[in-house]
Design a binder for this molecule. Sequence first.
Ligand SMILES: [Zn+2]
Length: 327
Amino acid sequence: MKQNRLKFPLLMNIVCVLFLFSILTHIGCDSNKSSNTSKDGKIRVVCTIGMITDIVKNVGGDKVEVIGMMGAGVDPHYYKPTMKDIQTLSSAHIVFYNGLQLEAKMGEVLAKMKGDTQTIAVTDSIDKAQLLRPDEFEGQYDPHIWFDVRLWMKVVEKVRDALSEYRPQDKTIYQENAENYLAKLSELDQYVRTQTELIPSEQRVLVTAHDAFNYFGRAYGFEVRGLQGISTATEASIADVQDLATYIVEKRIPTIFVETSVSTRKIDAVKAAVNAKGLEVELGEPLYSDAMGNEGTPEGTYIGMIRSNIDTIVKGLTREMSVTEED
Ligand SMILES: [Zn+2]
């Protein structure tokens, strides 16, 4: 029974992959790409997650045309490129993606594009010794590095260097833009540290729907517990929910958090299990984890997203809570 259920998606996956490959083969050579800039003289850049799109906008300025594939609320672990995405990708001069298996369903499409388009994993330049490799991710690196602002600044340097290499005549512009943006990120990092000080150290515990916040925890001194594994593709069991509920009660954690790109169903179950144990835990406002907020809002930028998260965390973890004492 189980085998039959598995066979169908496998077959569908193979059909889909073959289909995507045939499209790529046909449209691999896009007329927009005949030179190393588009008609208006700009480098055409396509990015996967919004946090990378934001870097390219800031560093490339008006020398680049940037297209972000994944908008607000999109989960990159599950994202499968559409036909339109593949056309967009194939028209790009440079494609920037996170790497470290974040865009797990795009691996084959990106691999197929190599040679025709520059595909750059922005996390490639980071020293592996600085990356986390939690046990539950079975030997893989944790891809959510944007939560450590200082580590994410290395990605800004990577984008600056890649654009400079692609078009050396604009190198000074990219350098100047990057310097300005890096200064803002330095301030942002300091803001997160200052806000963290508002939370008593024993209350710096972050419970979320999935394990996206390990780099945040390491950088800013929080203990982090996620219900799902590093990827949202792994499911939490009833035992996981109960374990987490016991931990929350023991630590007297006032607020647990949901994320904009992950379903709230499981974290709701944790809340119910904690309440059943007599502790009135609350769900905080949603955190931005793997996607930024809507375009045009403050949270629709990397800086706004990180600021919003730390403000939400401070508000939630400094909340007074009531406990129903058991007899
Ligand atoms: Zn994630």
